[in-house]
Design a protein around this ligand. Structure first.
Ligand SMILES: Cc1ncc(COP(=O)(O)O)c(C=O)c1O
Length: 320
């Protein structure tokens, strides 16, 4: 078994809180608190990826995501922190006002290339072609695919299970519920649980890809990681449940019902959920877990995304 190195910069362990909402108690793991500029679930993955980039003496980091990508923003912050430049390949348009994550990307001086949806579909090829040009000019470029979801990056969530074991009697837990974009968080949790020999169900709310596509991505990543690092465990596919139907409005949008729930939850708990990921995941959690009062058995993982809220502030304020 090979255990990769990392640079420690995430504020972990994150708190595990018991929250009361609508008269029901549930467990909430605050991965929105892994940092401030460097916040959310991506920070756990970046500890490994940045270590590798530094080890390879990279001076540039390339990565990708939507124009409000939390991962791209966290990568730009981490690159700045560790003395590297960043280039972000973002799906979207260059808006003059540059809200939320995009504001931070620009403020930190990241180079940005905006892509339409079609080109975004080929973004890995585009990044590697660009890398070849930079390498010709004597640069060392480290490319991080979407969401930092590589067999190395997902170690951030393999470790999460160890962290959780120190906070709770994990055998009393039935599952972990979170948003799934590139699939790395769910893949890491699956591997972490298998390595620890705990029978946890990983509930993943697909916000970006179809049910079939995200399931394959998660399983491929988890199995790839087991192979790459010679881990003594196997994935039980039945432990992965894709909770489909909570992003029908599209990745970049959020419907009125979810905004109302986000607002109600914020006003009862002081905790803010984002429009692309955690707001959608929480709507799924509310209807499938909290409704059955199962929130002490199935933990909700708050994966961050606070800056994305600012790009949708008009809708957030006008929600009923
Ligand atoms: C706030 C937030 N939550 C959840 C996710 C999904 O994580 P993953 O890409 O590992 O599936 C992301 C990123 O994609 C994110 O930014």
């Amino acid at each position: 078994m090979i255990i990769p190195n990392r640079i420690l910069f995430a504020n972990i362990p994150t708190p595990l809180e018991v929250i009361k909402f609508d008269g029901k108690s549930f467990l909430l793991k605050r991965d929105d608190l892994t940092g401030v500029e460097l916040s959310g679930n991506k920070v756990r993955k970046l500890e490994y990826l940045i270590y590798q980039a530094k080890r390879e003496k990279s001076d540039y980091i390339f990565t990708t995501g939507g124009d409000q990508s939390n991962h791209a923003r966290a990568t730009a912050v981490a690159a700045a922190k560790f003395g590297m430049k960043s280039k972000l390949f973002l799906w979207g348009k260059n808006s003059g006002s540059s809200n939320g994550n995009l504001f931070i990307d620009k403020f930190l001086g990241a180079d940005i290339s905006f892509l339409n949806k079609e080109d975004f579909g080929n973004v890995n090829q585009i990044m590697f072609e660009e890398r070849a040009k930079y390498v010709k000019q004597g640069r060392k470029v480290f490319v991080i695919p979407e969401g930092g979801s590589t067999t190395l990056g997902i170690w951030g969530y393999i470790n999460f299970i160890e962290e959780l074991k120190n906070q709770i009697e994990i055998r009393n837990l039935r599952g972990i519920f979170s948003a799934s974009g590139s699939g790395g968080t769910a893949a890491g949790l699956l591997v972490g649980a298998a390595l620890s020999k705990v029978n946890l169900k990983i509930f993943a709310v697909n916000v970006l890809y179809s049910k079939e596509k995200i399931k394959k991505k998660i399983i491929d990543l988890a199995e790839g990681c087991i192979l790459d690092y010679k881990l003594p465990c196997r994935i039980n596919e039945d432990n992965l449940e894709i909770v489909d139907g909570y992003s029908a409005e599209g990745y970049k949008n959020i419907n009125e019902d979810k905004l109302t729930l986000i607002k109600r939850f914020a006003r009862e708990s002081g905790i803010i959920l984002d429009p692309a990921y955690t707001g959608k995941a929480f709507a799924g959690y509310y209807e499938t877990i909290l409704d059955k009062n199962d929130g002490k058995k199935v933990l909700f993982l708050h994966t961050g995304g606070i800056f994305g809220v600012f790009a949708k502030r008009t809708q957030y304020l006008s929600a009923s």
